[in-house]
Write a protein that binds this ligand. Structure first.
Ligand SMILES: Nc1ncnc2c1ncn2[C@@H]1O[C@H](COP(=O)(O)OP(=O)(O)OP(=O)(O)O)[C@@H](O)[C@H]1O
Ligand SMILES: [Mg+2]
Length: 463
């Protein structure tokens, strides 16, 4: 007798649910994506408890007729995929989300297309349809998911605290709102509206201001780039914004939030010269790409994609980010110098030209950072005589300064500051560029080494 058997529909659904529905936030993601695919202009998400008690997603999209309201509960039933997996323009295409969610919850669907007189209501109990009837209701769709994982206690145990689960839900709604600025979103948790994004916020920049930049940001950097079949649009928080580096970077491919390490690296590469060590670009980068150039069928949760020509995409993204940051820095510089009038800008360096933001010491003074003032015996130029040579952060300028200090007198004169990161000095033979950040690190290093040489570094024991 054959040992192999075909799994029951119910079991197959629950296995699929294991992949698609990991936690309450996955339900929100699938239902919101369905609403977006249905052309909704308003998506409202309600959650109760940690999301397992209730998730309700309401939209004003195209709705379903009574037949489709039942059909959508079948596995592999979709209106979104013809034959070609490389022509997908919708978020969904697998026909799995609704049956998966319905198999692990008490599920209710209420839906009506705008041109139908009556809508349909279908009630499902852990995968089994228990009621289906016509009913008067608003055009669009309402999906209610109660008692999620009620038939899978083991799954419930893997859920985290209420706060964490709600944070995941919040993140899903925010991501959808960033990727779809023209759609209004609302998130209501336990009866309290926690997020309300109206049409007035309907540009990507406005959404980034609302959702990411919050209180901290005044400046945003707009990213744009184009190649054949690919378009990059983004909004990054300005590199010099305090706290920008702690914000996340969100990536979207054709409106789909994706996790793609190579793309994150491409954005970081583009921003490399503009961010201080340890900081990275934050904000949103959206890639719009012809469907035949990207494979979205990589993972059941669709959070990964594969590009046909990854190198081209990464170059485009890195280039667009770098270009945007250069333009931003230039604009900032112009703004900074603007108050001094045109003449001041065109005055050649070294002949009285002083950029405004940098409060440089008097012209004949050697450049000192704050650290140097406090610890005058520690200097970039004079390592203790008994110490081995140190690796130089910026070899040329430091050596130059060292030579002249050894000759008895410092000569570099500060003439300005570049990109808020480099100090420009006039030396005997020309321009000396000091990496502020590197110099500061070097000063601290020298200070610590000196303390170490003279009896040990002060430290605090861990509590
Ligand atoms: N909010 C909605 N408004 C209108 N139609 C919907 C809505 N939600 C689901 N549908 C219909 O039900 C079908 C099944 O939805 P389901 O989410 O299970 O699959 P899918 O979206 O096609 O693919 P995937 O499993 O990848 O999400 C959809 O193809 C769509 O036709
Ligand atoms: Mg779907």
């Amino acid at each position: 007798m054959s040992r192999i058997r075909i799994l029951s529909e119910d079991l197959a659904n629950r296995i699929a649910a294991g992949e698609v529905v990991e936690r309450p936030a996955s339900v929100v993601k699938e239902l919101v994506e369905n609403s977006l695919d249905a052309g909704a202009s308003l998506v409202s998400v309600e959650a109760q408890g940690d999301g397992t008690r209730l998730i309700r997603v309401t939209d004003d999209g195209c709705g379903m007729d009574a037949d489709d309201a039942l059909l959508c509960l079948e596995r592999h039933a979709t209106s979104k995929l013809e034959d070609d997996l490389f022509a997908i323009r919708t978020f969904g295409f697998r026909g799995e989300a609704i049956p998966s969610i319905a198999s692990v919850s008490l599920f209710t669907l209420l839906t009506r297309p705008a041109d139908a007189e009556l809508g349909a209501r279908v009630e499902v109990r852990y995968g089994r349809v228990i009621k289906a009837h016509e009913i008067g209701c608003a055009a669009g769709t309402v999906v209610e998911v109660r008692n999620l994982f009620g038939n899978q206690p083991a799954r419930r145990k893997f859920l985290k605290s209420r706060r964490t689960e709600l944070a995941h839900i919040d993140e899903v709604v925010r991501a959808a709102a960033l990727a779809n600025p023209a759609v209004r979103f609302r998130l209501v948790v336990d009866g309290r509206t926690t997020l309300h994004l109206a049409t007035a916020d309907s540009s990507l920049t406005a959404r980034v201001h609302r959702l990411l930049a919050g209180k901290l940001s005044r400046d945003l950097v707009r990213v744009a780039g184009q190649a054949e079949g690919v378009e990059v649009e983004g909004v990054l928080l300005a590199p010099d914004e305090d706290g920008a580096g702690r914000q996340p970077l969100r990536l979207f491919v054709n409106g789909r939030p994706v996790r793609d390490y190579a793309l994150v690296r491409a954005v970081a590469d583009g921003g490399r010269s503009f961010f201080l060590k340890g900081r990275r670009p934050a904000g949103v980068v959206c890639i719009r790409i012809a469907p035949h150039l990207v494979d979205v069928n990589v993972h059941p949760t669709k959070q990964e994609v594969r590009f046909r020509q990854p190198a081209q995409i990464f170059r485009l993204v890195a280039g667009a980010v770098a270009q945007a940051l250069v333009a931003y820095q230039q604009a900032r510089r112009q703004e900074d110098f603007g108050g001094r009038g045109k003449g001041a800008q065109t005055c050649p360096p070294g002949k009285g030209w002083r950029p405004q933001p940098f409060s440089s010491p008097p012209v004949e003074e050697p450049y000192r950072t704050e650290g140097q003032k406090e610890t005058p015996d520690v200097s970039l130029a004079e390592p203790p005589p008994d110490s081995p040579p140190l690796p130089q952060v910026r070899p040329a300028p430091l050596e130059r300064e060292h030579d002249t200090r050894a000759a008895g007198r410092p000569f570099v004169r500060v003439i300005g500051q570049l990109f808020d990161s480099y100090i420009l000095c006039e030396g005997e033979d020309g321009l000396v560029v000091i990496d502020q950040h590197g110099a500061q690190e070097r000063l601290l290093f020298e200070k610590l080494r000196r303390e170490y040489m003279h009896g040990g570094v002060r430290r605090q024991a861990l509590l």
